[in-house]
Design a protein. Structure first.
Length: 321
């Protein structure tokens, strides 16, 4: 049976178990969030042993060479020594400077880090309540803005979201880790059409990417689709409606899965966002695409956009675990 070695202590691995499962079962504190290899919060470094290829998928070559891997995806077949004290991305302290209820279920949170944070609009941070409780949230702010803007949906029974909504107060501090993720805008083809599709608080990174593209002089059309199950999650509807009326190359498509008991706001379409996208933009050859929201929806949209002609390396995703 293979095993994990941490500070000369050996922890046997049961068949099929991951490094993360084994360490948590042993009572060790290991940061983690999504358990699906998306947030990279559980990244650890091996000092000795063979790391499975699957445990390093999605990591930069420089991190792979240094022995970093994702504990939630690592199922070693031989002995592996791990350094739990190492950190791939630094943890910084940030202070809460503003909170705003954007809708009954979504809160805007603005943080200011103790030292300037270098990031691209659309990347994400992990917020830590304590050493073992963290969740990842995408940045809606721009790099030159001193405050970091995040959109926090309340999750029933959520270990972190309820605390952020109900307990964390202006002036309080918490730890942040990052930035991470490769869903962001890069200049170089200002006339290329851009497609941004998100559901729920998946709007957050798209809002940052859209503003970043406009600020950098992107002149091609920018089509932003925001889908939601209830009107509460179209929390930036008025702001985006106003902005799209002011910017001649920005097109905003808000939608609800169904009308529910009342009439939707003016301009809001009824239907699943993937079907509305197909109706409005059936051909995406030559487009750059950004997708965010629930993982299953992002997966479906990625396939749909590829089949509509978008190149696979032009499709950038930020699935919310």
């Amino acid at each position: 049976m293979s095993s994990i070695i941490v500070k000369d202590q050996r922890y046997p691995l049961t068949p099929g178990a991951t490094v993360l499962d084994t360490l948590l079962d042993a009572g060790l504190e290991v940061p983690f969030s999504c358990r699906a290899g998306a947030c990279q919060s559980c990244m650890l470094r091996a000092s000795h042993g063979t790391i499975p290829v699957a445990a390093q998928q999605g990591l930069k070559d420089t991190l792979k060479a240094e022995g970093w891997f994702l504990a939630c995806r690592c199922k070693p077949t031989s002995e592996l020594s791990i350094d739990l004290d190492a950190s791939a991305t630094p943890t910084l302290s940030a202070r809460v400077v503003a909170k705003q209820q954007l809708s009954p279920h979504v809160m805007g949170l603005w943080l200011q880090s103790g030292e300037p944070l270098k990031y691209f609009a659309g990347q994400y941070l992990t917020l830590w309540r304590d050493a073992a409780t963290g969740r990842s949230y995408s940045l809606a702010s721009l790099p030159e803005e001193r405050q970091l803007e995040l959109h926090i949906a309340r999750v029933n029974g959520g270990a972190l979201s309820s605390w952020l909504h109900d307990t964390l107060e202006i002036g309080d501090s918490l730890n942040i880790q990052g930035p991470m993720g490769d869903c962001f805008y890069l200049p170089g083809d200002p006339e290329q059409p851009l497609l941004l599709v998100g559901t729920g608080t998946g709007l957050a990174p798209l809002y940052g990417i859209m503003r970043d593209a406009l600020q950098q002089g992107h002149s091609g059309p920018i089509h932003l689709f925001h889908g939601a199950r209830t009107a509460d999650y179209l929390y930036y509807h008025d702001k985006l409606t106003t902005l799209s009326a002011q910017v001649n190359n920005l097109y905003y498509y808000p939608s609800l899965v169904d009308a529910g008991d009342g009439m939707p706001a003016e301009g809001v379409e009824i239907g699943a966002v993937d079907q509305l996208l197909k109706q409005h933009l059936p051909v995406l050859e030559g487009w750059r695409v950004f997708l965010s929201g629930a993982p299953d929806i992002v997966k479906q949209l990625r396939k749909q956009c590829f089949l509509a002609g978008a190149s696979s390396n032009a499709i950038h995703t930020d699935p919310f675990g």
